[in-house]
Design a protein around this ligand. Structure first.
Ligand SMILES: NC(=O)c1ccc[n+]([C@@H]2O[C@H](COP(=O)([O-])OP(=O)(O)OC[C@H]3O[C@@H](n4cnc5c(N)ncnc54)[C@H](O)[C@@H]3O)[C@@H](O)[C@H]2O)c1
Ligand SMILES: [Zn+2]
Length: 361
Protein backbone atom coordinates (compact mmCIF):
# COMPACT_ATOMS: atom_id res chain seq x y z
CA UNK A 1 0.00 0.00 0.00
CA UNK A 2 1.24 3.46 -0.86
CA UNK A 3 0.89 5.97 1.96
CA UNK A 4 0.25 9.59 1.26
CA UNK A 5 -0.12 13.03 2.74
CA UNK A 6 -1.91 15.98 1.17
CA UNK A 7 -0.54 19.49 0.90
CA UNK A 8 -3.71 21.54 1.16
CA UNK A 9 -3.52 24.59 -1.08
CA UNK A 10 -7.02 24.82 -2.53
CA UNK A 11 -6.95 24.12 -6.23
CA UNK A 12 -3.16 23.70 -6.05
CA UNK A 13 -3.41 20.87 -3.48
CA UNK A 14 -1.34 17.78 -4.17
CA UNK A 15 -0.40 14.43 -2.69
CA UNK A 16 3.00 13.36 -1.39
CA UNK A 17 3.34 9.60 -1.81
CA UNK A 18 5.63 7.67 0.53
CA UNK A 19 7.08 4.20 0.05
CA UNK A 20 10.33 2.32 -0.08
CA UNK A 21 9.95 1.87 -3.86
CA UNK A 22 7.43 3.85 -5.92
CA UNK A 23 8.56 2.91 -9.43
CA UNK A 24 5.32 1.06 -10.11
CA UNK A 25 3.22 3.93 -8.84
CA UNK A 26 5.11 6.45 -10.97
CA UNK A 27 4.88 4.18 -14.02
CA UNK A 28 1.14 3.82 -13.72
CA UNK A 29 0.76 7.61 -13.41
CA UNK A 30 2.98 8.07 -16.47
CA UNK A 31 0.90 5.56 -18.44
CA UNK A 32 -2.36 7.15 -17.28
CA UNK A 33 -1.19 10.57 -18.47
CA UNK A 34 -0.16 9.16 -21.81
CA UNK A 35 -3.42 7.27 -22.18
CA UNK A 36 -5.15 10.61 -21.73
CA UNK A 37 -3.13 12.01 -24.63
CA UNK A 38 -0.66 13.95 -22.49
CA UNK A 39 3.05 14.02 -23.23
CA UNK A 40 5.46 13.07 -20.47
CA UNK A 41 9.12 14.06 -20.16
CA UNK A 42 11.79 13.68 -17.48
CA UNK A 43 14.73 15.79 -16.35
CA UNK A 44 17.43 14.15 -14.26
CA UNK A 45 21.19 14.38 -13.72
CA UNK A 46 24.14 12.30 -14.79
CA UNK A 47 24.98 10.86 -11.36
CA UNK A 48 21.46 9.65 -10.84
CA UNK A 49 21.22 8.22 -14.35
CA UNK A 50 24.34 6.21 -13.48
CA UNK A 51 23.43 5.20 -9.91
CA UNK A 52 19.70 4.58 -10.42
CA UNK A 53 19.40 3.87 -14.13
CA UNK A 54 17.31 0.76 -13.60
CA UNK A 55 14.87 2.54 -11.29
CA UNK A 56 14.51 5.43 -13.74
CA UNK A 57 13.75 3.02 -16.58
CA UNK A 58 11.24 1.15 -14.45
CA UNK A 59 9.51 4.39 -13.48
CA UNK A 60 9.59 6.29 -16.75
CA UNK A 61 9.95 3.66 -19.50
CA UNK A 62 10.83 5.28 -22.79
CA UNK A 63 9.64 8.81 -21.93
CA UNK A 64 12.07 11.40 -23.31
CA UNK A 65 14.70 12.17 -20.68
CA UNK A 66 17.14 15.06 -20.44
CA UNK A 67 20.24 14.19 -18.42
CA UNK A 68 21.97 17.31 -17.10
CA UNK A 69 25.39 17.58 -15.46
CA UNK A 70 25.23 17.05 -11.67
CA UNK A 71 25.93 19.88 -9.26
CA UNK A 72 24.88 23.32 -8.11
CA UNK A 73 26.33 24.98 -11.26
CA UNK A 74 23.48 23.33 -13.17
CA UNK A 75 20.99 25.73 -11.54
CA UNK A 76 22.01 28.28 -14.17
CA UNK A 77 20.42 30.32 -16.94
CA UNK A 78 22.24 28.30 -19.57
CA UNK A 79 20.97 24.92 -18.28
CA UNK A 80 17.53 26.46 -17.87
CA UNK A 81 17.65 27.27 -21.58
CA UNK A 82 18.60 23.68 -22.33
CA UNK A 83 15.57 22.37 -20.45
CA UNK A 84 13.24 24.74 -22.31
CA UNK A 85 14.73 23.73 -25.67
CA UNK A 86 14.31 20.08 -24.73
CA UNK A 87 10.63 20.62 -23.91
CA UNK A 88 10.07 22.47 -27.18
CA UNK A 89 11.98 19.86 -29.19
CA UNK A 90 9.72 17.13 -27.86
CA UNK A 91 6.70 19.29 -28.62
CA UNK A 92 5.29 19.30 -25.13
CA UNK A 93 2.03 21.23 -25.05
CA UNK A 94 -0.02 22.81 -22.29
CA UNK A 95 -1.36 19.41 -21.22
CA UNK A 96 2.11 17.87 -20.78
CA UNK A 97 3.68 16.60 -17.56
CA UNK A 98 7.31 17.17 -16.64
CA UNK A 99 8.90 14.93 -14.02
CA UNK A 100 11.94 16.12 -12.08
CA UNK A 101 13.91 13.09 -10.87
CA UNK A 102 16.86 14.14 -8.76
CA UNK A 103 18.01 16.30 -5.91
CA UNK A 104 17.17 19.90 -5.16
CA UNK A 105 19.17 21.13 -8.11
CA UNK A 106 17.10 19.21 -10.65
CA UNK A 107 13.84 19.90 -8.80
CA UNK A 108 14.44 23.65 -8.58
CA UNK A 109 15.60 23.94 -12.19
CA UNK A 110 13.04 21.65 -13.84
CA UNK A 111 10.29 23.13 -11.68
CA UNK A 112 11.20 26.59 -12.86
CA UNK A 113 11.28 25.40 -16.48
CA UNK A 114 7.80 23.89 -15.97
CA UNK A 115 6.62 27.20 -14.51
CA UNK A 116 7.92 29.15 -17.49
CA UNK A 117 7.34 26.84 -20.46
CA UNK A 118 4.08 27.85 -22.21
CA UNK A 119 3.45 29.97 -19.08
CA UNK A 120 3.23 26.85 -16.96
CA UNK A 121 2.89 23.12 -17.42
CA UNK A 122 2.34 20.45 -14.79
CA UNK A 123 5.37 19.10 -12.98
CA UNK A 124 5.90 16.23 -10.59
CA UNK A 125 8.76 15.71 -8.20
CA UNK A 126 10.68 12.48 -7.66
CA UNK A 127 13.23 13.59 -5.05
CA UNK A 128 16.28 11.34 -4.81
CA UNK A 129 18.40 13.04 -2.14
CA UNK A 130 17.56 13.27 1.54
CA UNK A 131 17.56 17.08 1.23
CA UNK A 132 15.06 17.00 -1.62
CA UNK A 133 12.85 14.47 0.20
CA UNK A 134 12.58 16.46 3.42
CA UNK A 135 12.68 19.96 2.01
CA UNK A 136 13.05 21.11 -1.58
CA UNK A 137 10.50 18.85 -3.32
CA UNK A 138 7.63 20.17 -1.21
CA UNK A 139 6.39 23.74 -1.28
CA UNK A 140 6.67 24.92 -4.86
CA UNK A 141 9.73 27.14 -4.69
CA UNK A 142 11.60 26.78 -7.98
CA UNK A 143 14.44 28.74 -9.48
CA UNK A 144 18.08 29.14 -10.28
CA UNK A 145 21.23 31.00 -9.29
CA UNK A 146 22.80 34.09 -10.82
CA UNK A 147 26.43 35.14 -10.48
CA UNK A 148 25.19 37.72 -8.00
CA UNK A 149 23.71 35.11 -5.68
CA UNK A 150 21.68 32.01 -5.02
CA UNK A 151 18.06 31.56 -5.99
CA UNK A 152 17.76 35.11 -7.31
CA UNK A 153 15.44 34.05 -10.12
CA UNK A 154 12.47 31.80 -9.67
CA UNK A 155 8.76 31.22 -9.37
CA UNK A 156 6.26 29.62 -7.08
CA UNK A 157 5.05 26.60 -8.99
CA UNK A 158 3.59 23.82 -6.90
CA UNK A 159 4.14 20.26 -8.10
CA UNK A 160 1.08 18.16 -8.94
CA UNK A 161 2.51 15.25 -6.93
CA UNK A 162 5.63 14.25 -5.03
CA UNK A 163 6.88 10.64 -4.92
CA UNK A 164 9.20 9.92 -2.00
CA UNK A 165 10.85 6.50 -2.29
CA UNK A 166 13.44 6.13 0.44
CA UNK A 167 15.15 3.11 -1.20
CA UNK A 168 16.69 5.59 -3.64
CA UNK A 169 18.84 6.88 -0.78
CA UNK A 170 20.80 3.60 -0.87
CA UNK A 171 23.13 5.00 -3.53
CA UNK A 172 23.38 8.54 -2.18
CA UNK A 173 26.98 9.42 -1.19
CA UNK A 174 27.45 9.72 2.60
CA UNK A 175 28.43 13.37 2.33
CA UNK A 176 25.15 14.14 0.54
CA UNK A 177 23.16 12.21 3.13
CA UNK A 178 24.81 14.31 5.83
CA UNK A 179 23.99 17.50 3.93
CA UNK A 180 20.33 16.48 3.90
CA UNK A 181 20.53 15.88 7.64
CA UNK A 182 21.18 19.60 8.09
CA UNK A 183 17.62 20.27 6.88
CA UNK A 184 16.26 17.47 9.08
CA UNK A 185 18.01 18.94 12.13
CA UNK A 186 16.76 22.38 11.08
CA UNK A 187 13.21 21.02 10.99
CA UNK A 188 13.52 19.67 14.52
CA UNK A 189 15.02 22.91 15.78
CA UNK A 190 12.38 25.17 14.30
CA UNK A 191 9.29 23.17 15.03
CA UNK A 192 9.63 19.69 16.49
CA UNK A 193 11.46 19.26 19.78
CA UNK A 194 10.62 15.54 19.74
CA UNK A 195 12.44 15.13 16.44
CA UNK A 196 15.45 17.00 17.81
CA UNK A 197 15.48 14.75 20.88
CA UNK A 198 15.33 11.67 18.66
CA UNK A 199 18.37 12.88 16.68
CA UNK A 200 20.15 13.63 19.91
CA UNK A 201 19.61 10.08 21.19
CA UNK A 202 21.21 8.43 18.19
CA UNK A 203 22.36 9.67 14.78
CA UNK A 204 19.98 8.96 11.93
CA UNK A 205 21.55 6.91 9.13
CA UNK A 206 20.36 5.53 5.83
CA UNK A 207 19.87 2.23 7.66
CA UNK A 208 17.81 3.59 10.56
CA UNK A 209 14.46 1.86 10.78
CA UNK A 210 12.70 5.16 11.43
CA UNK A 211 14.26 7.00 8.47
CA UNK A 212 11.07 6.86 6.38
CA UNK A 213 8.97 8.02 9.33
CA UNK A 214 11.30 10.94 9.97
CA UNK A 215 11.25 11.96 6.30
CA UNK A 216 7.48 11.94 6.54
CA UNK A 217 7.51 14.02 9.73
CA UNK A 218 9.67 16.65 8.01
CA UNK A 219 7.36 16.76 4.97
CA UNK A 220 4.31 17.10 7.20
CA UNK A 221 5.84 20.00 9.09
CA UNK A 222 6.91 21.72 5.90
CA UNK A 223 3.46 21.15 4.38
CA UNK A 224 1.80 22.79 7.39
CA UNK A 225 4.09 25.81 7.19
CA UNK A 226 3.56 26.17 3.43
CA UNK A 227 -0.21 25.80 3.76
CA UNK A 228 -0.29 28.68 6.21
CA UNK A 229 1.99 31.01 4.20
CA UNK A 230 2.36 29.68 0.66
CA UNK A 231 4.17 32.70 -0.77
CA UNK A 232 6.13 33.76 2.30
CA UNK A 233 4.18 36.96 2.75
CA UNK A 234 3.52 36.67 6.50
CA UNK A 235 4.96 39.71 8.30
CA UNK A 236 6.39 37.55 11.07
CA UNK A 237 7.03 33.82 11.26
CA UNK A 238 5.40 31.80 8.51
CA UNK A 239 7.38 30.26 5.72
CA UNK A 240 10.44 32.37 6.51
CA UNK A 241 11.00 30.13 9.55
CA UNK A 242 12.17 27.42 7.16
CA UNK A 243 15.17 29.66 6.53
CA UNK A 244 16.60 29.04 9.99
CA UNK A 245 20.38 29.06 9.54
CA UNK A 246 20.05 30.05 5.89
CA UNK A 247 20.95 33.74 6.04
CA UNK A 248 24.34 32.75 7.44
CA UNK A 249 24.49 29.69 5.19
CA UNK A 250 23.74 31.53 1.97
CA UNK A 251 26.45 34.08 2.81
CA UNK A 252 28.97 31.22 3.20
CA UNK A 253 27.88 29.70 -0.10
CA UNK A 254 28.12 33.00 -1.87
CA UNK A 255 31.53 33.97 -0.53
CA UNK A 256 32.99 30.53 -1.30
CA UNK A 257 31.38 30.35 -4.73
CA UNK A 258 29.40 27.12 -4.27
CA UNK A 259 32.47 24.94 -4.41
CA UNK A 260 33.83 24.34 -0.94
CA UNK A 261 30.57 23.64 0.92
CA UNK A 262 27.46 21.75 -0.07
CA UNK A 263 24.24 23.65 0.62
CA UNK A 264 23.53 21.47 3.67
CA UNK A 265 27.04 21.95 5.02
CA UNK A 266 26.75 25.73 4.75
CA UNK A 267 23.35 25.46 6.46
CA UNK A 268 24.87 23.38 9.26
CA UNK A 269 27.40 26.12 10.02
CA UNK A 270 24.54 28.59 9.61
CA UNK A 271 22.51 26.69 12.23
CA UNK A 272 25.44 26.89 14.63
CA UNK A 273 25.70 30.64 13.97
CA UNK A 274 21.93 31.11 14.38
CA UNK A 275 22.11 29.21 17.68
CA UNK A 276 24.89 31.51 18.87
CA UNK A 277 22.93 34.57 17.79
CA UNK A 278 19.89 33.26 19.68
CA UNK A 279 22.08 32.75 22.75
CA UNK A 280 23.36 36.32 22.48
CA UNK A 281 19.79 37.57 22.30
CA UNK A 282 19.11 35.74 25.55
CA UNK A 283 16.71 33.13 24.21
CA UNK A 284 18.73 29.97 24.66
CA UNK A 285 21.51 28.93 27.03
CA UNK A 286 25.10 28.05 26.20
CA UNK A 287 24.20 24.45 26.95
CA UNK A 288 21.55 24.49 24.20
CA UNK A 289 24.11 25.80 21.71
CA UNK A 290 26.40 22.95 22.69
CA UNK A 291 23.60 20.40 22.22
CA UNK A 292 22.81 21.77 18.75
CA UNK A 293 26.44 21.62 17.70
CA UNK A 294 26.78 18.10 19.09
CA UNK A 295 23.83 16.88 17.04
CA UNK A 296 25.21 18.50 13.89
CA UNK A 297 28.66 17.00 14.50
CA UNK A 298 27.18 13.57 15.26
CA UNK A 299 25.65 13.68 11.79
CA UNK A 300 29.03 14.37 10.16
CA UNK A 301 28.28 18.05 9.61
CA UNK A 302 30.62 21.00 10.14
CA UNK A 303 29.85 23.56 12.87
CA UNK A 304 32.79 25.82 12.00
CA UNK A 305 34.22 27.11 8.74
CA UNK A 306 37.04 24.82 7.56
CA UNK A 307 39.14 27.92 6.85
CA UNK A 308 38.42 31.47 7.97
CA UNK A 309 36.38 33.59 5.57
CA UNK A 310 36.51 37.41 5.65
CA UNK A 311 33.79 38.75 7.90
CA UNK A 312 33.24 41.87 5.79
CA UNK A 313 32.52 39.78 2.68
CA UNK A 314 30.12 37.55 4.66
CA UNK A 315 28.29 40.54 6.10
CA UNK A 316 28.05 42.17 2.68
CA UNK A 317 26.61 38.94 1.29
CA UNK A 318 24.05 38.85 4.12
CA UNK A 319 23.06 42.43 3.41
CA UNK A 320 22.43 41.48 -0.23
CA UNK A 321 20.42 38.41 0.75
CA UNK A 322 16.87 38.92 -0.39
CA UNK A 323 15.57 38.05 3.07
CA UNK A 324 17.11 41.20 4.47
CA UNK A 325 14.38 43.81 4.47
CA UNK A 326 15.11 47.52 4.05
CA UNK A 327 18.73 47.38 5.20
CA UNK A 328 17.97 46.12 8.71
CA UNK A 329 19.30 42.67 9.49
CA UNK A 330 16.52 40.17 9.86
CA UNK A 331 17.07 36.65 11.11
CA UNK A 332 15.25 33.53 12.10
CA UNK A 333 16.15 32.95 15.73
CA UNK A 334 15.51 30.12 18.14
CA UNK A 335 13.22 30.98 21.02
CA UNK A 336 13.99 27.55 22.41
CA UNK A 337 14.82 24.10 21.02
CA UNK A 338 11.84 23.30 18.80
CA UNK A 339 10.56 26.85 18.33
CA UNK A 340 11.79 29.55 15.96
CA UNK A 341 10.72 33.13 15.28
CA UNK A 342 11.61 35.86 12.82
CA UNK A 343 13.24 38.92 14.29
CA UNK A 344 14.12 42.17 12.58
CA UNK A 345 16.29 45.05 13.70
CA UNK A 346 19.18 42.89 14.78
CA UNK A 347 22.38 44.87 15.30
CA UNK A 348 24.97 43.93 12.66
CA UNK A 349 27.56 43.66 15.47
CA UNK A 350 25.64 40.82 17.06
CA UNK A 351 25.41 38.90 13.78
CA UNK A 352 29.10 39.58 13.21
CA UNK A 353 29.96 38.21 16.65
CA UNK A 354 27.98 35.04 15.94
CA UNK A 355 29.73 34.65 12.59
CA UNK A 356 33.13 35.15 14.24
CA UNK A 357 32.39 32.34 16.68
CA UNK A 358 31.91 29.91 13.79
CA UNK A 359 35.23 30.88 12.22
CA UNK A 360 34.81 34.12 10.29
CA UNK A 361 37.87 36.34 10.51
N1 LIG B 1 13.06 24.72 -3.47
C1 LIG B 1 13.29 24.65 -2.19
O1 LIG B 1 12.40 24.88 -1.37
C2 LIG B 1 14.66 24.29 -1.70
C3 LIG B 1 14.86 23.93 -0.36
C4 LIG B 1 16.13 23.52 0.04
C5 LIG B 1 17.16 23.47 -0.88
N2 LIG B 1 16.93 23.83 -2.17
C6 LIG B 1 18.01 23.75 -3.18
O2 LIG B 1 18.38 22.40 -3.34
C7 LIG B 1 19.70 22.35 -3.85
C8 LIG B 1 20.49 21.26 -3.15
O3 LIG B 1 19.85 20.03 -3.39
P1 LIG B 1 20.57 18.64 -3.11
O4 LIG B 1 21.28 18.70 -1.84
O5 LIG B 1 19.56 17.58 -3.33
O6 LIG B 1 21.73 18.62 -4.21
P2 LIG B 1 21.85 17.98 -5.66
O7 LIG B 1 20.61 18.04 -6.42
O8 LIG B 1 23.05 18.61 -6.25
O9 LIG B 1 22.17 16.44 -5.36
C9 LIG B 1 23.32 16.11 -4.67
C10 LIG B 1 24.21 15.10 -5.39
O10 LIG B 1 23.69 13.79 -5.24
C11 LIG B 1 23.53 13.15 -6.50
N3 LIG B 1 22.39 12.25 -6.36
C12 LIG B 1 21.10 12.62 -6.21
N4 LIG B 1 20.35 11.56 -5.89
C13 LIG B 1 21.18 10.48 -5.85
C14 LIG B 1 20.97 9.10 -5.57
N5 LIG B 1 19.78 8.62 -5.21
N6 LIG B 1 22.05 8.30 -5.65
C15 LIG B 1 23.28 8.79 -5.98
N7 LIG B 1 23.54 10.08 -6.22
C16 LIG B 1 22.47 10.92 -6.17
C17 LIG B 1 23.38 14.29 -7.46
O11 LIG B 1 23.75 13.91 -8.75
C18 LIG B 1 24.32 15.32 -6.88
O12 LIG B 1 25.63 15.05 -7.27
C19 LIG B 1 20.29 23.73 -3.64
O13 LIG B 1 20.37 24.37 -4.90
C20 LIG B 1 19.27 24.43 -2.77
O14 LIG B 1 19.20 25.81 -3.02
C21 LIG B 1 15.71 24.21 -2.60
ZN1 LIG C 1 18.17 24.71 2.63
Amino acid sequence: MVESLTVNLGERSYPIFFGSNLNGRIRSDVEAARAAGRKVAVVTDANLARAQGAALTEAFGDAPALVLPAGEETKSLSEFGRVLDFLAEHRLDRSAVLFAAGGGVIGDLAGFAAAAFLRGIEFRQVPTTLLAMVDSSVGGKTGLNLKAGKNLVGAFHQPAAVYIATDLLGTLPAREFAAGMAEVIKTGLLGDAGLFARLEREPLTVRSTDLAAIVRTCCALKARVVEADERETAKEGGRALLNLGHTFGHAIEQVTGYGAYLHGEAVAIGLAAAARLSQKLGYIEDAAVARIEAVLAAHALPVRLHAPLPLDALLAAMARDKKVRAGALRFVVLRRLGEAATQGGIAPDLAAAAFREVGAA
